[in-house]
Design a protein. Structure first.
Length: 121
């Protein structure tokens, strides 16, 4: 996603519940696999409707030449950090959450089920 924080805000504002599976920028993963950092630019700080976040631009590079899916419609994607994904969902209204992470050879992924609090539904 080029602007993932905006998607999270729109989902949270329009849905009572949702399931998201996404990769995220995981500093612990990149400590173990520092060679994978070469595809990232320096982090950028952003703000949307009072929520502050940090994104890491991931350049798809050679993966764009693959026959399969490499991650997005642009030559890059912005990867949020786990805390910013969960924080954004909560900030924008989906505060009841259950989540877990998995790791593969490419990145760490987050699976999260988020729901609007019944009092604000």
């Amino acid at each position: 996603m080029a602007i993932p924080i905006e998607l999270l805000a729109l989902l949270a504002k329009r849905c009572r519940a949702g399931f998201i599976w996404t990769v995220f920028y995981d500093p612990a993963f990149y400590q173990r696999y520092p060679e994978k950092l070469a595809t990232f630019s320096s982090p950028e700080i952003g703000e949307l409707e009072g929520f502050n976040y940090r994104v890491h631009r991931h350049h798809y590079g050679e993966a764009l030449d693959w026959n399969g899916f490499c991650g997005g419609a642009q030559p890059y994607g912005h990867w949020l950090e786990r805390e910013h994904i969960l924080g954004a969902l909560s900030h924008f209204g989906l505060s009841r959450q259950a989540s877990f992470t998995t790791e593969n050879v490419h990145a760490t992924a987050l699976q999260v089920m988020a729901m609007r609090d019944e009092k604000t539904a």
